[in-house]
Design a protein around this ligand. Structure first.
Ligand SMILES: Cc1cc2nc3c(=O)[nH]c(=O)nc-3n(C[C@H](O)[C@H](O)[C@H](O)COP(=O)(O)OP(=O)(O)OC[C@H]3O[C@@H](n4cnc5c(N)ncnc54)[C@H](O)[C@@H]3O)c2cc1C
Length: 375
């Protein structure tokens, strides 16, 4: 019987297993992940996990009963370090595994700054274990420096302010979030930080961190200033986790570094599909929950013989200082207009293509439906 192997036991990997079973895959399925936990959800890690008074458990995506019904073997804590597409095998920390069909779902790895990796009190936030370490720091810190004013950095800033901590965000760009949304929306989002008492330093980078036995003491900035801090959290993006594909012949996209896929999620190698943060689909690499899950489902179904197309409208959400932020469709088009308070609409050649909403779930849902209908 043919076997399906899924590498990466996150959202996209789990959905690939579900998609394959729904499409009628009857053979064995193995999902391999280097984390010791069952597949879990990442959005809570920078929200509920950081706010929690008591140490929270792993936010698992499915109960053990549901996983059992899927008849999937989960190899937890096993790292995959190579792929041979000729022999259809992967090498792992627990030996070789064969496959007939393979789904690559290894997500992405948090970017760090040279010289700061491993310093006590300097964190990234990608995994559950990172989130516990950040939460622990926030329970004791009085001053926190967050590097990067993107979505994850901003969520961490919100959790820290809610704990009464003095927060400074250090952001390299003069116009934070300008690559993700237009200037009007970016300005409104950054005002949420100012209103909540977060200090935002733009056009500034971290040049060094001074530590003592207890952790971080001071943060040195490119403008010569030195900030007092008890913890530093880096929110400066993530790179597709593709190191294990080196020499495999699976083609990567030059611009995004993601695994090149067509809109059926097929890669350049026969019998190999990709999904989630690691995938670059028709030239775009998303890093959002909704798209990653749907790609996982489609990749799993197609690996099982279906012929589905990934065509979801891009959608993401975030929560800053108690405000609900939603982003739908294309938000980099030049025609940016504030339609209603907190609802910023984007048009291309006069046609509505996307929006950013702050506490505007109704208009966002309507636009999302109409963009989906157009696709
Ligand atoms: C803190 C945080 C908050 C977020 N909040 C939001 C939000 O509010 N809204 C939103 O839309 N999106 C959010 N996202 C993004 C969303 O969670 C991701 O898009 C989604 O998790 C991607 O799923 P994935 O399965 O592709 O990758 P992942 O969830 O990263 O799963 C990949 C898995 O593969 C494992 N792996 C990697 N390499 C190997 C290897 N060589 N061998 C074995 N295993 C390997 C990884 O350890 C990981 O367990 C957030 C992300 C983070 C990190």
């Amino acid at each position: 019987m043919s076997s399906l192997l899924v590498v990466g036991a996150g959202l996209a990997g789990l959905r690939a297993v579900e998609g394959a079973r729904q499409a009628g895959w009857a053979g064995p399925i193995t999902i391999v992940g280097d984390e010791p936990h069952p597949p879990y959800d990442r959005p809570p890690l920078s929200k509920a996990t950081l706010f929690a008074e008591e140490q929270p458990g792993v936010p698992v995506l499915r109960s053990s009963e549901v996983i059992e019904d899927l008849r999937v073997r989960h190899l937890a804590g096993v790292r995959v370090d190579g792929l041979d597409t000729e022999r259809r095998t992967v090498s792992t920390s627990a030996g070789k595994l064969g496959y007939d069909a393979l789904v690559i779902a290894t997500g992405s790895t948090a970017t760090t700054l040279p010289g700061l990796t491993g310093l006590p009190g300097v964190h990234v936030l990608r995994r559950y274990d990172d989130a516990l370490a950040v939460r622990e720091s926030l329970t004791r810190a009085r001053h926190v420096v967050i590097v990067g004013a993107g979505f994850i950095g901003s969520e961490i800033a919100s959790a820290a302010r809610a704990r009464g901590i003095e927060v400074t965000i250090v952001e390299a760009s003069e116009r934070p979030l300008a690559r993700a949304v237009g200037p009007r929306a970016a300005g409104q989002l950054m005002r949420l930080h100012a209103d909540a008492g977060v200090r935002l330093l733009t056009g500034t980078t971290v040049s060094g961190v001074r530590t003592c036995d207890d952790g971080v003491e001071k943060v040195e900035l490119s403008n010569g200033d030195v900030l007092v801090a008890d913890a530093v959290v880096l929110g400066i993006g993530a790179r597709p986790a593709t190191a294990w594909l080196a020499g495999s012949g699976v083609a990567l996209d030059d611009r995004t570094g993601g695994v090149l896929c067509d809109h059926r999620l097929a890669t350049s190698a026969p019998g190999v599909w990709a999904a989630g943060d690691v995938a670059c689909v028709d030239g775009e690499r998303g890093e959002h929950w909704t798209g990653a899950g749907e790609q996982g489902r489609v990749a799993g179904a197609n690996a099982a013989g279906a012929d589905e197309v990934f065509a979801s409208v891009p959608f993401a959400w975030s929560t800053w200082h108690g405000r609900r932020i939603q982003v739908v469709g294309e938000t980099t088009a030049a025609e940016e207009e504030e339609r209603d308070a907190g609802f910023i609409l984007y048009r291309r050649d006069g046609v509505e293509v996307g929006a950013v909403g702050i506490d505007s779930p109704g208009p966002i849902a309507r636009l999302r439906r109409s963009l989906a209908a157009r696709r």
